[in-house]
Design a protein around this ligand. Structure first.
Ligand code: ADP
Length: 246
């Protein structure tokens, strides 16, 4: 009966979590849909006559639809990942090569944002067993965030090294941007969690708040651990420790 009680309370916790997820997801999807509906109505009710206004409203509709598409794609990826549905066979992956590729890709974006991107990659690291596209996504999310939340003139560093604990490889992205307040830090890996008081670099599209939760799922699916430390106005460090295959 003890085992049964345990199972029942775990089931209850899952149901509660699912309910919260559905509520959050619906809320997040409803906001852009409301904007699209209001703008479309206004256009039909005469806003179309004014070329400036109609151009602006069309732009807003497109922007919100883009956001919806991104969010739905993220949600699909997340649920696929959590269901362990990924067709690809795990392969041996060289993290130094992967990191170097990602660095090249992001260097251009960082330059454009006026952020100094540096990398520190240990050579001859043991390989990791996993899914390359998924691991790439972890790098992308961390670097994208670091650049997004670091003001022009700031610095971001990508490093990949063996950890002190044997058998693990640490991927780390540090920035000297705005940082995350201690009351928000424990929540940033939650789905849909965004720190509203920290606006991203102007002109950038607001995220869905799903990026870090996807990254964490990927790292955990690879048998790894993910964490973060931060200090307001000093910067943030995200790290992911992944077990080496050999
Ligand atoms: P988003 O799509 O909003 O970036 P994430 O899940 O990737 O979603 O991140 C969640 C929140 O964590 C962000 O909205 C932001 O408030 C905060 N955050 C993430 N990375 C950083 C960083 N490097 N510096 C400051 N805040 C960050």
């Amino acid at each position: 009966s003890e085992a049964f009680n345990k199972m029942a309370s775990r089931l209850q916790a899952n149901v509660t979590e699912l309910r919260a997820f559905v509520a959050n997801a619906s809320h997040e999807l409803r906001t852009p849909l409301t904007v699209v509906k209001l703008r479309a109505e206004a256009l039909q009710d005469g806003a179309m006559e004014d070329p400036d206004i109609s151009k602006r409203f069309m732009g807003e509709i497109e922007h919100e639809v883009d956001r919806l598409v991104r969010m739905v794609n993220d949600l699909l990826d997340l649920s696929r990942m959590e269901a362990g549905m990924d067709a690809e066979q795990p392969k041996l992956i060289d993290m130094s090569t992967l990191a170097a590729e990602v660095y090249e890709t992001f260097k251009i974006r960082a330059d454009r944002a006026g952020v100094n991107l540096e990398c520190d990659i240990e050579p001859d690291l043991p390989p990791i067993m996993g899914n390359e596209d998924q691991l790439m996504r972890v790098f992308y999310n961390l670097l994208d965030n670091a650049i997004k939340y670091t003001p022009s003139g700031g610095k971001v560093e990508l490093s990949v090294k063996k950890t002190q604990t044997d058998g693990y490889i640490r991927t780390q992205v540090s920035d000297n941007g705005q940082g995350i307040a201690p009351e928000h830090l424990p929540h940033v890996f939650e789905r849909f969690y965004r720190v509203e008081t920290t606006p991203a670099r102007s002109g950038l599209i607001r995220g869905s708040g799903l990026g870090l939760s996807i990254a964490k799922s990927i790292v955990e699916n690879h048998g790894g651990v993910m964490g973060a430390s931060s200090e307001i106005d000093a910067g943030t460090t995200f790290w992911a420790d992944l077990p080496a295959a050999v």
